[in-house]
Design a protein around this ligand. Structure first.
Ligand code: IPM
Ligand code: MG
Length: 358
């Protein structure tokens, strides 16, 4: 297997966690006899500082011509005053749009030895294993009209929540297909009691479900879902929802597992996918060797399995993460009594060592 991976570390902790994931990918290539080429490029605030835009043409061209993109995080206080159109976050949205990454898969699984790291009680979170399938290139993130305009009284800010049949159909299919590889349950999350776009969402999901009679489909309003996720998260297998609801619910789901520093994600479309931790650039801890690299290393494992169909390699990385946690190594975000506190690099090294020995 030969593949080119665009490495976009971005800002803040992105610069620290991405090299740890690349370490594991290099080791996987060597151990299993593949040729992976890593090509770095600037994105987000780093690109704004150098070139003046968050998503330079060269970076986009590289992403388009690569087999997959590994991304760290973008953004930080330094760029917060900038106009929306040139903020670091625009790079992420631009990549998603330009690469056609309409489906964002965010698995939330509890590592048993981390059950004490969650803010929720052990009996509530034990055994959770769910997958958020978030629509990623539509909805209120991209809907038009949008903008801020002056009015006689002041200003008016507008965004539009919009979904077409086609957009709902393709994300529903991803969710039903994913459910077939899991416990065959899909919960579609909407706000159909208030929003017309949600009414259509629900109708189309029910339509698509006709092709998946072996999968159980239920529906939940998003406010209830936010509540059920902390009340009884084990009831969920696959959650499928819109861009904005998925953004919010996936952060909530992440926290069930103890730390947002643990959760990977895959954004997929028809060509190269993008693999990134679900957390942000965490400027408060950036540059201090404190960030947890596990979400990014697990994202690299998703890259191997989803993009390159290297399931064995991906599982070996996942096992190495598991083993390292069993050995008691913890970054600060998941630290607990009787564990060994390590930094970003040491955590990466420990996982690498377990991978090489595994
Ligand atoms: C995420 C992030 C992004 C989003 C931001 C950084 C644009 O929160 O990937 O969940 O809102 O989609
Ligand atoms: Mg988010």
């Amino acid at each position: 297997m030969k593949a080119q991976i665009a490495v976009l570390a971005g800002d803040g902790v992105g610069k620290e966690i991405v090299p740890e994931a690349v370490k594991l990918l290099r080791a996987a290539a060597e151990k299993f006899g593949h040729t992976l080429t890593f090509v770095p490029a600037d994105v987000g605030g780093a690109a704004i500082d150098k070139i003046g835009v968050p998503l330079p043409d060269d970076t986009l061209a590289l992403a388009k011509s690569s087999d997959a993109v590994l991304l760290g995080a973008v953004g930080g206080p330094k760029w917060e005053g900038l106009d929306y159109t040139i903020r670091p976050e625009r790079a992420l949205l631009g990549l998603r749009e330009q690469l056609g990454l309409f489906a964002n898969l965010r698995p939330a699984k509890l590592y048993p030895m981390l059950s004490e790291a969650s803010t929720l009680k052990r009996e509530v979170i034990e055994g959770i294993d769910l997958l958020v399938v978030r629509e990623l290139t539509g909805g209120i993130y991209f809907g038009k009209p949008k903008g801020i305009e002056k009015t006689a009284e002041g200003e008016r800010g507008v965004n539009t929540e919009v979904y077409t049949t086609h957009e709902i159909q393709r994300i529903a299919k991803v969710a039903f297909e994913a459910a077939r590889k899991r416990r065959r349950k899909v919960m579609s999350v909407d706000k159909a009691n208030v929003l017309e776009s949600s009414e259509l969402w629900r109708r189309v999901v029910i339509d698509v479900h006709r092709d998946y009679p072996d999968v159980e489909l239920s529906h939940m309003y998003v406010d209830n879902c936010a509540m059920q996720l902390i009340r009884n998260p084990r009831q969920f297998d696959v959650l499928v929802t819109t861009n904005l609801f998925g953004d919010i619910l996936s952060d909530e789901a992440a926290m069930l597992t103890g730390s947002i520093g643990m959760l990977p994600s895959a954004s997929i479309g028809t060509k190269a996918g993008m693999y990134e931790p679900i957390h942000g650039s965490a400027p408060d801890i950036a540059g201090k060797n404190l960030a947890n690299p596990i979400a990014t290393i697990a994202s690299a494992a998703m890259l191997l399995s989803y993009q390159l169909r290297l399931d064995k390699e991906a599982e070996a990385i996942e096992r190495a993460i598991q083993k390292t946690l069993e050995q008691g190594y913890r970054t600060k975000d998941i630290q607990g009594p009787g564990t060994t506190l390590v930094g970003t690099v040491e955590m990466g090294d420990a996982i690498l060592k377990n991978f090489l020995q595994g």
